[in-house]
Design a binder for this molecule. Structure first.
Ligand SMILES: [Zn+2]
Length: 260
């Protein structure tokens, strides 16, 4: 069985003490590839170093997380753009970007500008875009609408919205990234997912955050994806290996550069 963690921050210092063992546990669990979304300029060196250590397992993205968008973000963006050009061969996606109105509403205008810049990069370089959306579907849909049918591809990572929002995403030709939240008692995802095409679902951990049950509240890591996968198989009324096969194929389709 092969699976892909399409969104994991294992380059963060949370993993400094057991990085190699954690990667080994992921491989033992069948996690064949891990895709690493960037957070801000300062996190790039550690991300880059992790990818260099396991170049056939770990794949870099580049972007500025919406919660890191502050006054003066344009300078960060222009430096990130330089890094994108320098590392274009390896970079498999633009992200993470998006809009987060949970932590800070005061930067909404700046977040919209930054998000739009990331969309431009995705179109310019033909790369998929990885979107973080928190309390912000309306703003994100509004920002994306002008780009409908322009060939933009991407994923709403850690999707936890309503069925209506999910359907908008599918109609827009995007994917939904499903993580540990699926295993939580109060999650509405088990009710929503059966109404969505299986071809649009990919799996992720968002490690070190959002651990699935039974690790909720503890540090998350890619090996724990098996719990999310098992829950997805249950929701889809299929086998674990079938759910793995489908989500693996979907991941490969959205992020083809991670297979080159
Ligand atoms: Zn993330």
């Amino acid at each position: 069985m092969k699976i892909v963690d399409t969104h994991t921050h294992i380059y963060l210092e949370d993993f400094n003490s057991d990085f190699d063992q954690m990667v080994q546990r992921a491989m033992d669990a069948g996690v064949e590839r891990m895709l690493l979304p960037n957070i801000e300029l300062s996190t790039w060196p550690a991300l880059r170093k992790a990818v260099e250590r396991y170049p056939s397992k770990l794949f870099p993205m580049i972007g500025l997380h919406p919660s890191s968008v502050k006054e003066g973000f344009e300078e960060q963006l222009s430096e990130l753009k330089n890094l994108l050009n320098e590392n274009l061969k390896e970079i498999v996606a633009i992200g993470e970007t998006g809009i987060d109105l949970y932590w800070d509403v005061s930067t909404l205008d700046l977040q919209i500008q930054s998000f739009d810049q990331h969309i431009q990069w995705a179109l310019e370089f033909g790369l998929p875009i990885v979107i973080h959306s928190r309390n912000a579907f309306e703003a994100i849909f509004k920002a994306l609408e002008p780009y409908r049918a322009r060939g933009l591809k991407g994923v709403f990572h850690c999707f936890t919205g309503t069925l209506k929002e999910a359907q908008w995403i599918v109609d827009f030709d995007f994917y939904l990234g499903i993580g540990g939240v699926l295993t939580y008692k109060k999650s509405e995802l088990p009710e929503i997912l059966p109404h969505l095409p299986k071809e649009r679902i990919i799996l992720e951990t968002d490690a070190p955050y959002l651990s699935p049950i039974p690790y909720r509240g503890k540090r998350n890591e890619p090996a724990y994806m098996l719990h999310t996968l098992a829950k997805l198989a249950e929701v889809w009324k299929t086998t674990v290996s079938d759910a793995a096969e489908i989500t693996y194929a979907n991941s490969k389709k959205l992020f083809p550069k991670a297979w080159k």
